[in-house]
Design a protein around this ligand. Sequence first.
Ligand code: HEM
Length: 397
Amino acid sequence: MTTATTASSVPESDVALFSTESLLDPYPHYATLRGLGPAVYLTEYDMYGLFRYEHVRPALVDWERFSSAEGIAMNAPTNERMEGSVLRMDPPRQRVVRKVFDDALRPRFVRKVAGDLEQLAGRLVESLVRRGEFDGVADFARKLPVDIVLDLIGFPRDEQREEILHWALGAFNFMGPASDHQYASLPEVEALAQYLVTKATPEKLLPDSFGQIVWEAVDRGEITENEALLTMSAYACAGVDTTIAGIASTLWLLARNPDEWAEVRRDPTTVPGAFLEGLRVEAPVQFFSRVTTCDVELDQVTIPAGARVVLSYGSANRDERHYPDPDRFRVRRHPSDSVAFGFGVHTCPGRVLASMEAHALFTALAERVETIELAGEPTRVPNNITRGLESLPIRVT
Ligand code: HEM
């Protein structure tokens, strides 16, 4: 049930945005919520929500009024656990911790692996073409982030590596509003925390890795040990499953839009645009939240001070007020202003790395693959924050 806006009151909705049904297909709900007004009070969760592009993007910039300092998860225990994480800070401290990421993820440094990425992507795609049918998640999207990114970050090469993906997804799910579904991820959250304490230490991390750069910042007294561990956690969580989700969703969209794939084949310079468009249509991070530091007026409605406000990246990217025909995947749209990587002070420091992996994979495909088709129904596991695929049966010629 929904209620329309009265003067200066925020419209309300009782839509269960974090139910399994909605997480599996949130887009009709987003459209309804965008239509209700500039902000919506979500009665099921006692939170406000911003769903329109014109409000989500400025709120991401406006950290003084939409603060991350009380956490960006939607339940108190997770926000407490994130104390010391760059994601749970406002400037000026955020800028200090953030510099460590920016130093490690500087394009110049990351580009050193570009040659490796191209070779790996080429070999991978050749083996997949020989097979003809494969899983677009396990066999295609997961390979480079696991082989390259976890090496770059420096996690030891042992049997626990593959588990990180599973634990990180659990950690994302645990950030949603309190519920049985959210609480069910506690074991993964604890396993990840335990892994970081025992394996993300200076002695165990691979030499010359981002992880070592983080610990050098501790030695110089720039960040604390706790901040370093939470930084490693941010790498593991924010960096790997998001990239896998973005690559798998883009492959899915290309398989469902053969004309768009033909366009990429004809002109491979469209590969970066195709990936950006994939991230716009299926944003790997659908929501995070902020807390208002004062009453905030948005187009004649007022969100009170101290309110938790969900910012929906997934809805903003599909806002018909901003993107014409927003549900359509078009490789020539080039939506470089989408909020898939966030915006403002917390904008994603890993965007260059993620994009390089995706570009290498889709360029290798464009050089070797004429047609991409679905060979079965994809499956999805609902997650409170991320949107990705669990399996994606693909056939290529
Ligand atoms: C397609 C892949 C990716 C997507 C869609 C994505 C998305 C995002 C988004 C939406 C934010 C903003 C958070 C906010 O508004 O509070 C963010 C922040 C962040 N991302 Fe990414 N990300 C991706 C890849 C990566 C990679 C590869 C890394 C690291 C190796 C990474 C590390 C981070 C970190 C550390 C932050 C927090 C920055 C801060 O709070 O200042 N991400 N990411």
